[in-house]
Design a protein around this ligand. Structure first.
Ligand code: NAX
Length: 326
């Protein structure tokens, strides 16, 4: 058996974590031969609930779980970690403006960025799920100058998976037959789920659907899918979000074998996107590293959609800039 790896999960008593922790403990992230030590972070008010989660993890007698650290201190939670899944965040309260929400979360993620900087392994892989995920990841990265740039990322994989599934259903195919869906930009309703490079059964997707369906049905359906889940379920996406978080981390750690997935990563200027934001890009992963797919042709329609979501991320950054590196 290998040495155990340390995996931190924040918001560990929340509903996404209630799926995520158990799937990681079962080996879905790093495979059935990789033991894990779970580091579970919560706020003080939720420590009783977290204790209940820990009792349940213990009751599963998972073969791969070597230890559990349950804490309300980010410095303890991030000590020597190899992986960090930052799920916990502040939900929008009554009367809270979008700006207030951005600020409240920026405070949380600046504290957690510093704690990552002070405690995590230098090659830690971090995924921010808690919303607003892209900008929270940016704040964490800005507060973790000793963690190499690019090791803190944000999740657009749920949107990517939703796009694959919507297209597969439309064409009566399986999601496995869908290749090179891209989600550009922000995990928000400005995201751009792009089919212009997508192939289904090795044929261009846009030759198999009409433009009207693409623009007026597919794109808004993917953009609004989170709201549709809340309406149907009475609660926001949880198991599907956990599954996407596992997909993101597993692919990053173990590789995609040339398959293109979407990750929000620091913009390096690729495709004309301004550096200094966390932007959803097409990537491939190999040897524990991701690489932005370069050289795709971008038409005018795609360009305007990519710009709209870039503009939103730039606005979000402006709203929280005062918390950079504080
Ligand atoms: P819950 O409200 O069920 O759980 C959140 C948990 O985080 C709570 O237990 C809370 O006590 C804890 N928490 C709050 N502040 C914390 C802090 N500073 N340190 C540690 N823990 C803290 O929310 P859940 O449904 O699990 O969703 C979690 C986050 O994921 C939300 O921000 C949500 O908006 C976001 N999502 C992001 C998605 C994405 O694709 N990027 C999709 C799903 C989800 O909506």
């Amino acid at each position: 058996m290998k040495e155990p790896v340390r995996i931190a999960i924040t918001g560990a008593a929340g509903q996404i974590s209630y799926s995520l922790i158990f799937r990681i403990a079962a080996g879905d992230l790093l495979g059935p031969k990789q033991p894990v030590i779970l580091h579970l972070l919560e706020i003080p008010q939720a420590m009783d609930a977290l204790e209940g989660v820990v009792m349940e993890v213990n009751d599963c007698a998972f073969p791969l779980v070597r230890d559990i650290v349950a804490t309300d201190d980010p410095n303890v939670a991030f000590k020597d970690i190899d992986y960090g899944l930052l799920v916990g965040s502040r939900p929008r309260g009554p009367g809270m403006e979008r700006k207030d929400l951005l600020e409240a979360n920026a405070e949380i993620f600046s504290v957690q960025g510093k704690a990552l900087n002070d405690n995590a392994k230098r090659d830690v892989k971090v995924l921010v799920v808690g919303n607003p995920a892209n900008t929270n990841a940016l704040i964490a990265a800005e507060n973790a100058p000793d963690i190499p740039s690019g090791q803190i990322t944000a999740m657009v994989r749920l949107d990517h998976n939703r796009a694959k599934s919507q297209l597969a259903q439309k064409l009566g195919k399986h999601a496995n037959d869908v290749k090179t869906v891209i989600v550009w930009g922000n995990h928000s309703s400005t995201q751009f789920p792009d089919l212009s490079h997508c192939k289904v059964d090795d044929k261009p997707a846009l030759d198999q659907v009409d433009q009207d369906w693409y623009e007026n049905d597919f794109i808004p359906t993917v953009q609004q899918r989170g709201a549709a889940i809340i309406k149907a379920r009475g609660a926001s996406s949880a198991a599907s979000a956990a599954s996407a978080a596992i997909d993101h981390m597993r692919d990053w750690a173990l590789g995609t074998e040339g398959y293109v997935v979407s990750m929000a990563v620091p913009s390096d200027g690729s495709y004309g996107i301004e550096p200094g934001i966390m932007y959803g890009y097409p990537v491939t992963c190999d040897g524990g590293k991701y690489k932005i797919v370069e050289g795709l042709e971008i038409d005018d329609f795609s360009r305007s959609r990519m710009k709209a979501t870039e503009d939103e991320l730039r606005e979000e950054r402006e709203a929280v800039k005062h918390l950079f590196g504080k």
